[in-house]
Design a protein around this ligand. Structure first.
Ligand SMILES: C[S@@+](CC[C@H](N)C(=O)[O-])C[C@H]1O[C@@H](n2cnc3c(N)ncnc32)[C@H](O)[C@@H]1O
Length: 300
């Protein structure tokens, strides 16, 4: 019965073709997922144990909130001024360049400057500004060495620092310099306020800071200086928004935690008014930054 055979063959062919189609669909999905992962996850050059230490997780609304924060502070200007007086002539590799405020303020010559940045929004912004960008999650063995390697607010917990500093140091040319801007877990105004509101993670331990100081001293000749910037706000709500942004700009920060800290800061208005309120009713709140310069000295 040729008709029946034909229809069985036909059915088999249809089943086969459906299966092939499904497999092709699944392959395509996997391919586009991989493509997507390659784009989003710039850490695919790293081994999983290193990746775990350096992967950057930020609150979901980080990019917008960061820009809002920048509008309330002279932080980048203050840091740029401090760094500017330390940088050596020649090339600069800026690890974790962010939105490029520091090279913008310093007016670093484009041909001398390379950024490494993992956030795709910031990569686009930096490229739009004309900067050369390596869009990778650091540590990454860049092909050359640089007179200056800059790490401004990219070093966080000790494990992450350990995973980053060695490669950063290797990228400093002979007689070059690694410049690091970081915070300190001591009793400054910011940490005192966090302590008051019960968010005590960063108060007066200095373990991390001392670890960094020893680490840098083991690499080269170090100098350390402090720079103070301010958050400015016309009212207490703006101040609370900026401080709660900084406090949650971490791998465990979330928008919910930020709102919680914001409310707790508002609750401390009497304490804040006493020290940080100006005569005209506006606020000025200090933030301290520490700048290490580590010079690679060749022993003769
Ligand atoms: C707090 S911002 C500091 C930006 C800039 N350095 C400054 O001081 O203005 C940290 C930036 O470093 C980037 N970053 C953090 N860890 C990184 C890593 N391991 N590799 C590449 N970029 C990183 C983040 O995406 C973010 O843009």
């Amino acid at each position: 019965m040729p008709g029946k055979i034909h229809s069985r063959e036909c059915k088999l062919a249809i089943v086969k073709s459906r299966k092939q189609h499904k497999r092709a669909e699944a392959d395509e999905k996997l391919r586009s997922k991989r493509k997507c992962m390659t784009y989003i996850d710039h850490g695919n050059h790293l081994s999983p144990d290193i990746y775990e230490k350096v992967a950057v997780t930020k609150p979901s609304d980080y990019v917008d909130k960061y820009q809002e924060f920048l509008a309330t502070t002279d932080e980048k200007k203050v840091i740029a001024q401090a760094i500017g007086s330390l940088l050596l002539p020649g090339t600069v590799l800026d690890i974790g360049a962010g939105t490029g405020d520091i090279p913008d303020i310093l007016g670093i010559e484009l041909s001398h400057y390379t950024a490494i940045e993992q956030n795709r929004d910031f990569v686009k912004l930096l490229r739009d500004k004309g900067y050369k960008v390596i869009d990778k999650l650091f540590p990454y063995d860049a092909p050359e060495t640089y007179n200056n390697v800059l790490m401004s607010y990219v070093l966080y917990h000790i494990e992450q620092c350990e995973a980053m500093i060695g490669t950063a140091w290797d990228l400093v040319s002979d007689e070059g310099q690694l410049t690091v801007v970081t915070y300190r877990d001591n009793k400054d105004d910011y940490n005192n306020l966090l302590h008051r509101i019960g968010y005590t993670r960063r108060v007066n331990t200095d373990v991390r800071f001392n670890w960094l100081r020893e680490k840098f001293a083991s690499l080269g000749r170090i100098s350390l200086q402090m720079a103070r910037s301010y958050i400015y706000s016309p009212n207490i709500c703006g101040l609370a928004a900026s401080i709660s942004f900084v406090a949650t700009n971490t791998c465990i920060g979330t928008p919910e935690l930020r709102v919680d800290l914001y409310k707790r800061i508002l609750y401390e208005q009497a304490y804040i008014d006493e020290s940080y309120k100006n005569d005209d009713g506006s606020y000025r709140f200090p933030m301290d930054h520490y700048i290490f310069a580590i010079r690679k000295v060749t022993l003769s």
